[in-house]
Write a protein that binds this ligand. Sequence first.
Ligand code: FES
Ligand SMILES: [Fe+2]
Length: 441
Amino acid sequence: MREDALLSKANNELLTRVGSGTPMGELLRRFWVPGFLEDEVSEPDSPPIKLRLFGEDLVAFKDTDGRIGVIDNHCAHRQASLYFGRNEECGLRCVYHGWKFDVEGNCIDMPSEPNPSKTLMAKAKLKSYPAVARGGVVWLYMGPPEKEPQLPEFEWSRLPAVHRTATKRLQECNWAQAVEGGIDSSHISFLHGSTDKQLENRKKSGSNVPGNKFHALDRHPVFDVKEADHGLLISARRNAGDAQYYWRITQFLVPFYQMIPPVGNFENSGKSGYSGHAWVPIDDENTWTWTFHANPHQELTDEQREFHGGRTGMWGPTDENYRPVQNRDNNYRLDREAQRNDNFTGIQGIPNQDAAVQESMGPIVDRTKELLGHSDSAVIKFRQMMIGMAKDLNAGKEPIAARHGDWYNVRSASVVLDRELEWQESAAWLLRGDPLQKAAE
Ligand code: FES
Ligand SMILES: [Fe+2]
């Protein structure tokens, strides 16, 4: 066991708290972050949306000229919510007394005041954050203006819309807990797997056996976790016959991204699509779990688009607020009969299985009580890296990755290699994104 890697109470707080002024909150705000789906404010003058990120309540809207504004939810006058506002003629007008704000938060009309002075108008300026649409996502920068970073050059975000999807769902626990679930490759054989008896039952009933045979056949992967410019390069090795290994290679990219290969597509290495996640804190106890899918080699079919990006696809179903329909209020629709005969958990849907266990740990897991093993190597490195970076920033050292958008141009891969080959070198050609694909903004 890795007692040496256990977190103290203080470090657990440091890792998980993201409010303004906390070391981790400040670190995460040094990066552009996925804020909301472009579709949510698709038309000029369309209704504003509520947005909560890092514990701050905001509203987002697209003005008459097509500019996107992300401003404080509370009107400068007497703090009514601008969510109720009228989005008209290049600004959002509060419905209480009619004060109006532009996309930069400037107060441009104060009709309830007979003669508003310039000083009063200036005082009424609301907090606002820069927003950029790319890859179907509106990215926000919530850090100090003078430290504005580069946008991460994810390949999926630069592909034409026909090659990619983006979707999100609510996760009711702390962001770090969700990241840890994502980079933990060993749970796949269990949480998302089936027992031998269940596989037999399925075969007998003629239903497909989903997933990847290597994950089912070898449940004790050997991990190799290497530090990389962008964060971590994580490989999980499983046996694939006597002469070969199956490698599942994923990346963790600071501060909260992951790239994942599609399950079972290893035969197609270099031609298939891949996915990615971002876990963006709503506040300390809630997270947006983003999923991106892209195939740079071919356009997605309508079915693929719905499966990877729709609300009823693989990452759904979710309600109008992007809360999964299977959630903690209904035990994720756990079915004990299915747990006996169908899959390991009795819960349908990979993201629902993930959410069930991650949310069951409590909104912020008490990491001082854990017992960690070899299979937790990536989780341990992630914590050390993020805590180290938060402490560094607190001491005045800025995160370098925020200035290197190019470091984010990576793909994940799963591949079968002869046993004597070194994985990182042999798979290098699969792990790079296309540098030529220009952003279609
Ligand atoms: S509270 Fe918004 S105008 Fe008065
Ligand atoms: Fe999972």
